[in-house]
Write a protein that binds this ligand. Sequence first.
Ligand code: FA5
Length: 338
Amino acid sequence: LQQEALQKVDQAEDLKQLNEVRVAYLGKKGPITEVLRGMGKLSPEERPKMGALANEVRESISSKIEAKQAELEEAAIQKQLEEQSIDVTLPGRPIYSGNHHPLTRVVEEVEDLFISMGYTIAEGPEVEQDYYNFEALNLPKDHPARDMQDTFYITEEILMRTHTSPVQARTMKKHQGKGPVKIICPGKVYRRDHDDATHSHQFMQIEGLVVDENIRMSDLKGTLEVFAKKMFGEDREIRLRPSFFPFTEPSVEVDVSCFSCGGKGCSICKKTGWIEMLGAGMVHPNVLEMAGFDSKKYTGFAFGIGVERIAMLRYGIDDIRHLYANDIRFLKQFSRVE
Ligand code: FA5
């Protein structure tokens, strides 16, 4: 029996067959278990002899099985390794890392700049009340200046905000008539504009608002000069042109000198050497009063910058629609190397 079992172990070609041998010879129904079970029937002299013999046979089979198992397992691993061998000469698969959208990058940079000048970030809803978007900004119902911003209305009183300026009114109201206020607010805005190379029906603005005692136009100019030089280079200049917004007086539109052509005139600046960047002005006393501030004690300045404008100039993007088409070939060009 022992010889036969040891031979079967040797012949086992894989772990499955080996297990079958184990069950056949050492299992509950195997011949050795049977012998051990039948021991009760033997005479007291024969019992120890038979027991010792049965144990010896069992030991020898089981140690042979163990040895064979180790051998088969090793062989199985070797076989697997051979089958799965890696060809290190094959070209690797490229790993594409994602990157921030150019508009996100611009917003983050502008945020960092203004935070370094002591501003905090404010937020407001994109679905806004007519009151904050217009009335609290000195634009009563039926005021002709409402035509400046074609609006998506949801109801008569609720609309998609057309600019980030309502956050001015909301922030001032929260301060309950006490300065200083020093915030910027980046966010999406919506207008019923026809989409073209420079206009989108949904775009982004960054609002700025400073209210305190003795805030002057020169503070606005100095702040915007720092903004232009930090965003576009130390050799940049700004130009203030008189303009009109119902919520600021005086109001200006601010141009930045064109860096693509160095002021000589190109298609980006339409050969003028200047690019319009933002609207700004001194906060209108009516707006201060409506938000609960004493306009004899407090003055302030505000500005609203078009984020797409900054991105287009910064990266030489010639069509605003690229920023919203989600074309991976376009977006891949903005991977940040830091
Ligand atoms: C305003 O929206 C004022 N709220 C700005 C302001 C804030 C003035 C605080 C005074 C004080 P305006 O409509 O000019 O102003 O828009 C500001 C900027 O948003 C523009 O200079 C331009 O860069 C950008 N912009 C306006 N319309 C669009 C559009 N359809 N698509 C993309 N950018 C636009």
